[in-house]
Design a protein around this ligand. Structure first.
Ligand SMILES: C[S@@+](CC[C@H](N)C(=O)[O-])C[C@H]1O[C@@H](n2cnc3c(N)ncnc32)[C@H](O)[C@@H]1O
Length: 166
């Protein structure tokens, strides 16, 4: 590894976006653009989220993309209900929920079942304790030449008053 290079995963000085709402909007639009470029792909989203991304799921449905989303089970149940309400009944869209702890075990189970993906999007806990392990497990699920997208990679260690440990 080149020690002179700025490492966005581990450098505490990596800047946060100044306008977070605009940043999230841009991320969402960019992801939809990437999905449009990959019809029929296998897409894993680690962290489905509390917001129903209807436009994204319509694209997934229209383009025959195989989607697996990981989150807490209650979030997965909400998104399943949103899909039904939106009239999207795509059997290629699946949510795997964990009741507690983290999605790590569902990632491991996927690896044990030889599941692989063309695009993996890690946008979950954003805590290093959860997502560093998830990232390592997810590497096993990448097809050759796959895209591994990280949202907001400035991992946080939780609140602290010591600036050297942020
Ligand atoms: C930022 S949101 C995901 C946003 C979504 N990717 C999007 O584009 O709208 C992060 C999600 O990760 C989930 N998450 C965080 N920690 C988790 C854990 N330990 N186990 C399962 N899900 C977790 C949260 O419940 C939340 O829904």
């Amino acid at each position: 590894m080149n020690g002179d290079r700025h490492d966005v995963l581990f450098a505490g000085s990596h800047p946060l976006p100044s306008d977070y709402r605009a940043y999230r909007h841009w991320v969402h639009a960019r992801l939809v653009q990437i999905l449009r470029q990959n019809p029929g792909c296998r897409f894993l989203e680690i962290g489905v989220g509390p917001t129903f991304r209807q436009e994204r799921f319509r694209v997934i449905d229209e383009l025959g993309i195989h989607y697996v989303g990981l989150d807490f089970e209650h979030i997965c149940a909400e998104r399943r209900a949103d899909l039904v309400r939106a009239g999207i009944s795509d059997r290629n869209i699946r949510f795997l929920g964990n009741e507690s702890e983290t999605y790590l075990f569902n990632l491991i189970k996927s690896a044990r079942n030889w599941k692989t993906f063309d695009i993996i999007y890690l946008d979950g806990s954003h805590s290093i304790y959860v997502d560093l392990a998830a990232a390592i497990a997810a590497v096993r699920l990448l097809k050759p030449g796959a895209l591994f997208l990280f949202d907001d990679v400035r991992f946080c260690f939780g609140r602290t008053s010591d600036p050297d440990h942020r």
